[in-house]
Design a protein around this ligand. Structure first.
Ligand code: NAP
Length: 484
């Protein structure tokens, strides 16, 4: 069976399970925010198809675990090479399905190839330790060898915003560590996952190592997360769904990368030109539809007027338009619901006293770069994840107040601090309740060179090179009693 097909004159993909392309029982539409209509079709998995995918991953787990690590590495290198051939096609699909400007889509594609290559090097990182027991009088004659073994079968659930990269960032380390995987992409942006599957097929990866199952989370999610044949779940998405998974998954190892509400603290001794550029880019890149987006600026009043002027000038440079055009910085939001949500948050802030300095406009699925000043603390946008191109500015008295507001959030994923005093920066970084603090730049998880992840409602576990692998393995201790 071919991997691609047609349905109602539009491109469609078959299902990739157990190393084969299969005709699904049903398809679902892929909506394009650019076309404001159906763009393509992907499989809408039924219960029996989900079960088949789970069994296929379960069945394949012993073979991949037994495969020597250098062969798994070679396999992932090969997948990277095969995937590279589809760059232009994938970037175009990302523009249509996600509204992602092509220059950002290219960045995502290149990062995905690199992540596959890093994973192939990471196999060297799967080592343990040897512990002598003689620091306890009761274990003097014992020696422990601590090793890391694969979990078995890993379910990777991805969000809409980085469909190729997030899939790769889960599947590649999982396989490097010797697991099989089931990938469930977001319904808004499932196409890139089928290209990943195609690269796996071409690289002749053994059957069942990667299985792609598309379908609505509300329909097939519980079947997947509750399955006893799945040993670990690596989920990236909203806090609400993360909670649902934590409550329903049972005894599985969970890695949850959830929502964020990154503050950027701008102090009176900051380089304001740098801060304005970074705050703007950190808020507007991919229309703010990033978990690591800056979504509240806490600026000390003494320098607030100056910073606000500079931010408005910077934000004015961001070009809104067709994501397929090279010069576009900001494409449409993911769907009409997202536009309504962002617009509702801005309206609420203005009603509560915030000043709208720029933007606040929508056109179809497009929402224009928006700057809000003097945002009061009772505005929803001060606390709720925005996921839109909005820069809410909250003026604070001093560093202490900034820190207090920053830490009052239920989220704890990222934060940024702008100051030219490294002692201050370090003091604040240590006190902030977030998984990653960035000093004098906007937070960007990127490839995962530095581990990232959340505290509080932003999740648990850490993603990143050398770190994701730890989430996808379990420790086994082999204790030897030595004869005297
Ligand atoms: P979402 O609505 O939570 O969806 C994420 C994934 O979960 C999708 O594949 C979705 O499938 C699936 N899902 C939905 N209900 C499910 C259920 N009951 N059981 C199992 N899976 C289910 O999130 P999103 O809107 O796609 O993405 C935006 C969110 O992701 C934001 O909150 C953002 O902060 C977060 N995010 C976090 C990070 C990080 O590193 N911390 C990175 C990127 C994004 P359907 O699409 O079919 O509903």
């Amino acid at each position: 069976m071919s991997w691609k097909t047609k349905r109602a004159g539009k491109p469609a993909w078959n299902m990739y399970v157990a190393g084969k392309w299969l005709r699904p029982h049903d398809f679902m539409e892929v909506y394009s925010p650019v076309l404001n209509g159906t763009y393509a079709y992907v499989p809408r998995a039924t219960e029996s198809e989900v079960e088949y995918a789970i069994k296929s991953a379960y069945k394949g787990r012993k073979e991949i675990a037994k495969m020597p690590a250098h062969k798994r590495a070679e396999m992932l290198e090969n997948v990277a090479e095969r995937l590279s051939a589809y760059k232009d096609e994938v970037v175009e699909h990302l523009a249509y399905e996600a509204g992602k400007p092509v220059k950002q889509g290219r960045g995502e594609f290149e990062a995905s190839i690199l992540r596959l290559k890093y994973a192939s090097q990471e196999v060297e990182e799967i080592y343990g330790e040897m512990i002598t027991g003689d620091y306890s009088p009761f274990k003097e004659d014992k020696l422990g060898i601590v090793i890391r073994q694969p979990l078995g079968t890993i379910l990777a659930i991805t969000p809409f915003n980085y469909p190729l990269f997030t899939a790769v960032a889960k599947v590649a380390p999982a396989i490097a560590a010797g697991n099989t995987t089931i990938l469930k992409p977001a319904t808004d942006t499932p196409i890139a996952s089928y290209y990943l599957a195609k690269a796996f097929e071409e690289a002749e990866v053994p059957d069942g190592v990667l299985n792609v199952i598309s379908g609505r989370g509300s329909e097939i999610g519980d079947l997947l997360i509750k399955s006893n044949y799945i040993n670990g779940i690596s989920f990236t998405g909203s806090t609400a769904v993360g909670h649902h998974i934590a409550e329903n998954a049972g005894m599985k190892k969970l890695h949850l990368e959830l929502g964020g509400k990154a503050p950027a603290i701008v102090l009176e001794d900051a380089d304001l030109d740098l801060a304005a550029k970074q705050v703007t880019a950190g808020s507007l890149k991919f229309s703010g539809q990033r978990c690591d987006a800056i979504s509240r600026v806490l600026v000390v009043s003494d320098v607030a007027d100056e910073l606000v002027d500079k931010v408005v000038k910077e934000a004015g440079k961001w070009k809104v338009g067709d994501p397929l055009k090279e010069k576009t910085d900001i494409g449409p939001l993911i769907n009409p619901k997202a536009v309504e949500k962002v617009s509702g948050l801005v309206k609420d802030a203005v009603e509560k006293g915030a000043e709208l300095l720029m933007g606040g406009k929508k056109r179809g699925n497009y929402y224009y770069p928006t700057v809000l000043d003097n945002v009061p603390l009772d505005a929803r946008i001060a606390w709720e994840e925005t996921f839109g191109p909005v820069i809410p500015i909250i003026r604070v008295k001093d560093e202490k107040e900034a820190l207090k507001i920053a830490n009052r959030s239920n989220y704890g994923l990222d934060a940024a601090v702008f100051t030219q005093n490294i002692d201050r920066a370090m003091r604040i970084a240590l006190a902030l309740e977030d998984g990653e603090i960035t000093i004098n730049a906007f937070p960007a998880h990127g490839l995962g060179i530095f581990p990232f992840g959340g505290v509080k409602d932003s999740g648990m576990g850490r993603e990143g090179i050398k770190y994701s692998i730890l989430e996808m393995t379990e420790v086994k201790s082999i204790v030897i009693k030595m004869r005297k």
